[in-house]
Design a protein around this ligand. Sequence first.
Ligand code: ZN
Length: 270
Amino acid sequence: MRVEQLGDGEPEIAIVGGIHGDEPCGPRAIEALLQADPDPARPVKLIVANEEARARNLRYVEEDLNRAFPGGPDADTHEGRLAHDLLAELRDCVVFSMHSTQSYGGPFALCDTVDALARSACPYLAVDALVETSQFSDGRLIERPNVLEVECGLQGSEAAAENAERLIREFLAAVGALPGEPHEDREVPVYRMCRRIPKRRGDRYEVFAENFERVNAGEAFAAVDGEQLVAEEPFYPILMSSYGYEDVFGYTGELVGKLEPDTEPVPDRR
Ligand SMILES: [Zn+2]
């Protein structure tokens, strides 16, 4: 784990990249920020989490770090011990953690449930959506309070690395560490993850639906070896891709409201 700092004093803000070693956007953005060496109004901790997995360009070495929290000092796996060490580094910090996906090109934010951090930071972030992971937070960093995650774009793309650089600066503006303003006129839709969409074993997977675009009941949204999967009820696809995950296409979601600058989210139903 690489830990760096900008500014003097004990940081209450942490930026994390490289939870997954095959997602270079976060570590690249952190490196770019260190090179730029801005002088923040509040000290900021910068962490590249799974350097061992990053060096091998693998998602993880022994187990998925983002399923291994809280871990422990004597855990059986590299990631189990790393999870424990990372949480120790993040104690007393609000956390911004960067990822990338195989499912969606645009940036979007994720939180366990919409909290004060998500409400105050998201208006500053150029994101297409905010996703509540709720029942799927187990073992993820996001389960801890005061963590906002962001998916920066497609894994390995230049766009994801550029988005990550911009998103760090936007987040640091939101928490008063760097100058910046919220995006006016931007409404961020809030979705909640509801169910996994299982993927049976096959040779060829297809996805017809677009993430965050409503799928209607009766609509074919994916196929395995040409056999279509049809929606029994309407849903919004989240993190859905043909080959991104081994045993699921992604998740069904519901639209629960929207975030506007300086307003509470307006839930449709809760
Ligand atoms: Zn990731």
